[in-house]
Every structure is written in structure tokens, then in C-alpha cells.
Design a protein. Structure first.
Length: 272
């Protein structure tokens, strides 16, 4: 099916399938030349474009339930298309919103490290480079030639493996095509997930799996119509393009997706 809408690439993560193995984190670091330090115990200095969080329902055994939540950059669109929290505050225009793809870019050579974007991101998806990357002897041969390593003093984040989109566009152009196929542009985390929990594609294309998993309501900023689908911190109006699926009600509530009438009776969980 052909469609004339601009592309809006997004991701759907099924939390009922995710086992928390961390394969998505490893694939992301390898694909995007994410730097690491010899001592990664200080998580305030570590850089992980894709981070897996562990959630619990807060109930004692045997009613304990665990959920693992992978968190890439949400690629927010904002209440007005393109007015993402990070894009709106960057004085150097080092981050921008693409109306062609719906992806929030990061231009490292423009960034001067003010970190306004980090302060504005409600998902903690941006990281500051406190040091120049130092690769172990021989490892530089395994770096991806399509992604530039970042220097000290700049902010970086998940790009939905945008270099793969560029390569797919070049291939389509050489073959005389205007559009790329769904399987031609896939992120590294999507392909690496052994449980098949991560799905990637065009949220504006009804032929793509991501569209059919969440069935976004584009008249209401892409809110999902699938009752098991939700987005993190929905009430902030950031309109992210990363959706989550879960059949568990408490998981959806943790994602701040509860209905207004549920919010009135929601009570804090007391431990002890």
C-alpha cells in the first residue's frame, strides 16, 4: 500500500516478552561506537543509549511481579510537531527534529556541552561525554565506519541508528526507488533482541508492524488505541514515538498511562 504521509519512525517494545537480557544494550553500544570506561561502576558517568530498567509491583512474595523496561531515546515530537523538550532549549541548534523521519537528531560538532537538553529530557535519555573515548588496543578496527565517535564535552543519545536509514535510502536511490521497505531499515536493538520484544517501523504506514501493534490515533498526537499499549509519562505531552505493550495493568500505571477516573482512586504504595 502506498501512502503520501511523511515517515514517522517509531518503536514498539513488548514488556511481556522482554527478559531483561541486555542484548539490546550491547548491540546498541557496538553499532553506534558508544564509549565505555575501564571502571563502569559509576553509573553517573557511564553512557548507555539503550538502558534496561527493572520494575516491580511492590508486593511481597508470592505476589511479586517483575518487569524489564528498555528505554531508548523517545524521539519526542512535543505538543506541536517538532517542539521536543530538548530541541526547544538547545541554544546551538545542535539537536533538531526531522519532519521527514520524525527522528530527533544530535549534531555533535555544534554541541558545546551546556547540557540544557539533558536537563529538559524527562526520560534521562541524553548523556554527556566527560572524557575522550579510549579504545583498547586493536578494538578500533571493530568500530563502525558509519558512526563518528564523539569527543569530550558533547552530549549524545540514541539516534534510532539513523545511519542505517541513510544507507537504506542510498540503496533505494541506486535501484530507482523513492521509498524503502520495512525490512531495509531496522535498528540494531530490534535485530538483536532474542525474544522478539522490539519492533521498529513507520508509524504512518498501515503496512508496517508497529502501526498495527499500537494503531496510533494521529488526530490525538499519536496516542495508541490498543488498550495494552502506552507511552511513558503520557500526561507531559511529549508525544514520544516509543510505545510499550503490556497486558499487566500495574505496568501500564507505572508508565503514567492510567485513566483519569483511576487517578482519583490511585493510592501510594507503602512498603513495610
Amino acid at each position: 500500500m502506498k501512502h503520501n504521509k511523511a515517515q514517522k519512525f517509531g518503536m514498539v517494545i513488548d514488556l511481556d516478552k522482554c527478559t531483561g537480557c541486555g542484548s539490546c544494550m550491547v548491540a546498541c553500544m557496538s553499532e553506534n561506537n558508544v564509549p565505555f570506561r575501564k571502571d563502569e561502576s559509576d553509573k553517573f558517568l557511564s553512557i548507555t543509549w539503550m538502558r534496561v530498567y527493572r520494575l516491580t509491583n511492590g508486593k511481597p512474595f508470592p505476589n511479586t511481579d517483575i518487569c524489564y523496561l528498555p528505554r531508548p531515546c523517545m524521539q519526542c515530537a512535543g505538543q506541536h510537531e517538532g517542539h521536543s523538550p530538548c530541541v526547544s532549549v538547545c541554544p546551538a541548534i545542535a539537536t533538531d527534529y526531522s519532519t521527514e523521519t520524525g527522528i530527533v537528531s544530535q549534531i555533535y560538532t555544534r554541541c558545546f556541552g551546556c547540557r540544557y537538553c539533558m536537563a529538559s529530557c524527562p526520560y534521562h535519555a541524553r548523556y554527556f561525554n566527560w572524557w575522550d573515548p579510549i579504545w583498547p588496543d586493536g578494538m578500533e578496527k571493530y568500530l563502525s565506519p558509519n558512526v563518528s565517535p564523539r569527543m569530550r564535552g558533547v552530549v549524545e543519545k540514541c539516534s534510532f541508528c539513523f545511519h542505517r536509514y541513510q544507507l537504506a535510502k542510498e540503496k533505494a536511490f541506486m535501484e530507482g526507488r523513492r521509498n524503502i521497505e520495512e525490512n531495509e531499515y531496522q535498528t540494531a536493538c530490534t535485530q538483536a533482541c532474542p525474544a522478539g520484544a522490539v519492533t521498529f517501523g513507520d508509524l504512518n504506514n498501515p503496512d508496517h508492524a508497529v502501526y498495527n501493534l499500537v494503531k496510533p490515533d494521529h488526530k490525538h498526537s499519536g496516542r495508541p488505541t490498543n488498550p495494552h499499549a502506552f507511552r511513558l509519562l503520557e500526561r507531559l505531552g511529549t508525544n514520544p514515538k516509543v510505545y510499550y505493550l503490556s497486558s499487566r495493568k500495574w505496568v501500564r500505571q507505572v508508565g503514567d498511562n492510567y485513566l483519569k477516573n483511576e487517578a482519583k482512586v490511585k493510592k501510594p504504595v507503602h512498603h513495610g
